[in-house]
Design a protein around this ligand. Structure first.
Ligand code: FAD
Length: 336
């Protein structure tokens, strides 16, 4: 039985990147509104937005081949890639604005440059990547993209991937120097801090129910330690609960939640702490999943598809590795 009732203009369920972003926008656009965040865990960004739980790619369709499917006639459709890249530019503009506005500090703590590369092997795939390059490189957003197939360039740019490779099997790479690595965990924490300064962030508090009322919504929240139950009356609710969103949306009774189902998905991350390997790999490389490989939306590596290699752990990558003008990631912290 709930003893307390909290009133707020906006209730945000979950403290991941989605609630953090929306909360920041609301605080800037409607500074007089009260904003309350309810997070089941004891910290922000402890689920999918945690840096060890995603690939940290600023999805911009520079390297992710799922955004440039090949049609039956062999042509490459770049429409989705352009949309995704445009969306990422909007995100970057928002983060740049947030830095200028003092909402975010120290950009290098959440975004760093790293080349994005798409890698394929086999003659058909090489041809696909050539067509992708021809279609994308003429677009303003993809200007400067490179395409190479020669083993010498491949070995210079991707020495670890070249080592021991039999180049009788042709390879090709689309290379884009201006890719990014995004630490969504750090970004989320910074944004949640900002949201919390003008509002309230309730950690260890799970939203267990939400119902429409005549003025908005009533949430039932439960303190995970004391088990105390509280009601929250809010004019607006945002369910940014990641994997926990669907059950709540279904409880809300909104028609948009009908007809959806969820199932658990797991992945396996490989981290590399070998300084020698870290020194020698300074790119985010996505590949093309083999036919029959499990689908993976984010192209994180799975043993079956081996679609991603990624710069790895802990050390700072030397910016001088290839040339002094080449920018490389200074936060290369995982190996997928
Ligand atoms: C393996 C993998 C790789 C990925 N790689 C990338 C990538 O490279 N680039 C990219 O852009 N995206 C990537 N993503 C996707 C990205 O990580 C997610 O889309 C994003 O983090 C989701 O953010 P969110 O705020 O919606 O959810 P989350 O970060 O999961 O936050 C949801 C929060 O809600 C809380 N919560 C849940 N239920 C309740 C409840 N009832 N009450 C209160 N709190 C609740 C959870 O504890 C959690 O903290 C990847 C995802 C995965 C799984």
């Amino acid at each position: 039985m709930a003893r307390n009732v909290i009133s707020t203009d906006v209730a945000l369920v979950g403290a991941g990147i989605m609630s953090a972003t929306l909360g920041t926008l609301i605080r800037k656009l409607e500074p007089s509104w009260s904003v309350s965040v309810f997070e089941a865990l004891d910290a922000a960004a402890a689920e999918s937005s945690d840096p060890w739980n995603n690939a940290g790619t600023g999805h911009s369709a520079l390297c992710e081949l799922n955004y440039t499917p090949q049609a039956a006639d062999g042509s490459v459709d770049i429409a989705k890639a352009i949309t995704i890249n445009e969306q990422f530019q909007v995100s970057r503009q928002f983060w740049a604005y947030a830095v200028d506005a003092g909402v975010l500090d120290t950009p290098s703590e959440f975004i760093n440059p790293i080349p994005h590369a798409s890698f394929v092997h086999g003659a058909d795939n090489v041809e696909y990547l050539r067509k992708r390059y021809e279609a994308l490189s003429s677009q303003t957003l993809f200007e400067g993209m490179e395409f190479f197939t020669d083993p010498a360039t491949f070995s210079e740019r991707l020495p670890i991937m070249a080592a021991g490779r039999n180049f009788a099997d042709p390879v090709a790479v689309n290379w884009y120097e201006g890719g990014t690595d995004v630490d969504f965990g750090s970004l989320t924490k910074k944004l949640i801090n900002f949201v919390g300064k003008g509002g309230a962030v309730h950690f260890g508090t799970r939203v267990t129910n939400l119902k429409r009322t005549k003025d908005g919504w009533r949430l039932t929240v439960k303190n995970q330690r004391t088990h105390e139950v509280t009601h929250v009356d809010a004019r607006f609710v945002f369910v940014g609960a990641g994997g926990g969103a669907l059950p709540l949306l279904q409880k809300s009774g909104i028609k948009e939640a009908k007809g959806f189902g969820g199932f658990p998905v797991s992945g396996q991350f490989f981290r590399c702490n070998n300084p020698e390997l870290i020194e020698n790999h300074a790119a985010k490389v996505y590949g093309k999943a083999a036919v029959g490989a499990p689908r993976c939306r984010c192209h994180t590596s799975t043993p079956a598809s081996s679609t991603v290699t990624r710069a790895c752990s802990s050390a700072r990558t030397p910016a001088s590795r290839r040339s002094s003008s080449r920018r490389v990631s200074t936060r290369t912290s995982r190996c997928l």
